[in-house]
Ligand binder design. Structure first.
Ligand code: ADP
Ligand code: MG
Length: 350
């Protein structure tokens, strides 16, 4: 190994560790939006407003009316592996919040100019912490939190070069909020871009009140269009420990692209092979060729039976018993489709 120069082994500086970690969590503005909206939901927000400039590259600000962060905890919130959501391995195994790794704010702060502005209900005024300078000062704000992320990837030009046009980045940001909105009809969402309101989805039921049966339908119609609802049937299925609800598209609603396939596990949007495959197989007999079914499916399962700590962005999960989930999803869709199919066959026979 004559050509290798041996260098001493050293621990990386903190800032560089965060920047490396950020590579896993923060790929583009939409990743930041996803993490910040996760945090707002974990804080119990009922209204979340996302403001963007230049597709999120110049500014992403996420405002919520959640529980806030105390003045003395603002700096801790920005540290790596600092979280209020779990404190033990046991809690990790049954985690019910969207976050728990305590990585997002630290990662985002290492590749942007981040400011945290927050006021918990018991604090008479809000405080603002500038991550870069460490400056902490009083500021004006009602109860809740605003996280402001400016100039994403300003210090990592290699990353910045991978970003697409503002319009494309904006579309990804909107999609990130859409995924959350479909899981939380009890929360209102608004997205502003360059000072213009581009999307607004009002809460379709009051938190605390019993959810109205059509709350999800109304949210689906608001977010995906009324066609999604008229061209789908309600899914409701329980098999042992797994519950599957939502809506499954009629075969005629299938599209060339699989862009209206929303799968959730315990309220978390996931890209999961088990789910996708189960859905696909439910449509086996009714869909031919390359067409993709549309659906929004919500799988509820004992948190101890699913591992969400597989991927830094938690977009993948691992089920303890994937057969159980596969069958539940497949049967849920098949049952939902059976009723209109029977009606159609009866009509064709007549
Ligand atoms: P995680 O969400 O995994 O805990 P984050 O880095 O995303 O890690 O956030 C760190 C901590 O900061 C959270 O555990 C939470 O206590 C606090 N926090 C972040 N965003 C908010 C928010 N919008 N409202 C209230 N607290 C927040
Ligand atoms: Mg988080």
């Amino acid at each position: 190994p004559a050509s290798v120069i041996r260098r001493p082994i050293r621990e990386l500086p903190d800032e560089l560790i965060s920047q490396i970690a950020a590579g896993e969590v923060v790929e583009r503005p939409a990743s930041v939006v996803r993490e910040l909206v996760d945090n707002a939901l974990d804080a119990g927000a009922t209204q979340i407003t996302v403001r963007l400039l230049a597709g999120g590259v110049r500014l992403i600000a996420v405002e919520d009316d959640g529980s806030g962060i105390a003045r003395d905890e603002l700096a801790i919130a920005l540290r790596r592996h600092a979280t209020s959501k779990i404190a033990s391995l046991h809690e990790l195994e049954t985690v019910a919040t969207m976050g728990f790794r305590g990585e997002a704010l630290a990662a985002i702060a290492s590749v942007s100019e981040l400011a945290l502005l927050s006021r918990p209900p018991e604090q008479p005024s809000a405080f603002l912490l500038d991550a870069r300078s460490g400056e902490l000062r009083p500021a004006a704000r009602g109860v809740g939190t605003t996280v402001e992320v400016k100039e994403l990837f300003f210090s990592t030009p290699a990353r910045r070069k991978f970003l697409k046009s503002d319009a494309t980045e904006l579309a990804h940001c909107i999609e990130a909020v859409r995924r959350h909105a479909l899981a939380r009809p009890d929360v209102g969402f608004a997205i502003w871009h360059e000072g213009k309101l581009v999307e607004q989805w009002r809460a379709t039921w009051t938190p605390g009140a019993p959810p109205s049966p059509d709350a999800l339908e109304r949210r689906l119609a608001d977010v995906l269009g009324s066609d999604f609802v008229t061209q789908s049937v309600a899914v409701h299925h329980q098999a042992g420990r797994v519950t599957v609800t939502g809506r499954a598209g009629l075969p005629d609603a299938a599209r060339a692209r699989g862009d209206q396939q929303y799968g959730y596990v315990n309220g978390r949007f996931v890209r999961d092979k088990v789910l996708t495959h189960a859905a696909r197989s439910a449509y086996e007999d009714v869909l031919h060729g390359q067409k993709q079914p549309i659906y929004a499916l919500y799988v509820e399962i004992d948190p101890a039976r699913v591992d969400v700590n597989v991927h830094p962005t938690k977009i993948e999960v691992r089920f303890r018993d994937s057969r159980e989930v596969h069958q539940a999803v497949r049967h849920a869709i098949e049952d939902a489709l059976a009723a209109p199919r029977a009606a159609l066959l009866a009509r064709q026979g007549a």
